[in-house]
Design a protein around this ligand. Structure first.
Ligand code: SF4
Length: 222
């Protein structure tokens, strides 16, 4: 079913997945979250989607904000913060515009460059969606970090693309099985907003939802 979106995974989940596979599963499989990740992502996406048809021209550059993207091949979906389109004979035609255009996605982040490479992974996944949608090649994209007010060029290498494919394949497998990886205490837990829900010290043997269900029944005296 080409238009069935029910099994598409959110590209934004790649960031959780890179941070901790269990964290991704808690949010996207078990749908356990505190005030929170998915809600914020939802609002974020909502705002952006409202912006999706807005295209402004700056000289020979078109700017498209909040462009929804998807890949049927990878079964992922998301929203590009910004896609810059440059006039280029080797580019692709764009509906409603004359000439041919080269696509250059840019993702905006409030903080500073992440050391784990999760932002680059997310950006690469967006670019791979654009390539499939527009039947084009996108060798490079950029991350803009608000904290340092600077752009970082990201080369979309075969290695980075393979990492996207492997991560997405693993996410789909976990989603199909409905399996949440067991907690592994590590440095990441200190900065994890889901620690209360995850209970990494206590939930090695049971799923978080099962742990929370038991806790709930204990409170109820059942
Ligand atoms: S508390 Fe630790 S194990 Fe649990 S989701 Fe967060 S990072 Fe992962």
């Amino acid at each position: 079913m080409a238009n069935d979106d029910s099994d598409l995974l959110m590209i934004s989940g790649l960031k959780h997945f890179q941070f901790c596979r269990r964290r991704w599963a808690l949010v996207h499989i078990e749908q356990l979250w505190e005030e929170n990740v998915l809600t914020l992502e939802g609002h974020y996406m909502h705002e952006r989607v409202h912006d999706d048809s807005f295209t402004e021209a700056r000289g020979a550059v078109l700017l498209s904000r909040g462009m929804p993207v998807r890949s049927q091949r990878l079964k992922i979906t998301g929203v590009c913060d910004m896609v810059e389109l440059y006039k280029d004979e080797d580019g692709v035609p764009i509906q409603g515009r004359s000439g041919r255009w080269r696509l250059y996605p840019v993702e905006y982040k409030l903080g500073q460059p992440d050391v784990q490479g999760a932002d680059a992974l997310q950006l690469c996944a967006q670019a791979m969606c654009l390539e499939e949608m527009f039947v084009t090649d996108i060798p490079e994209a950029a991350l803009y970090y608000g904290k340092i007010k600077r752009r970082q060029r990201i080369m979309l290498t075969d290695e980075l693309r393979q990492k996207v494919k492997d991560s997405v394949a693993e996410m789909h497998q976990l989603m199909i099985k409905g399996y949440t990886p067991k907690a592994k205490m590590g440095k990441a837990c200190k900065n994890c907003s889901l620690e209360e829900i995850c209970q990494p010290r206590l939930t090695k043997q049971v799923s978080a939802s099962e742990y929370n269900r038991r806790a709930f029944h204990e409170e109820d005296g059942q």
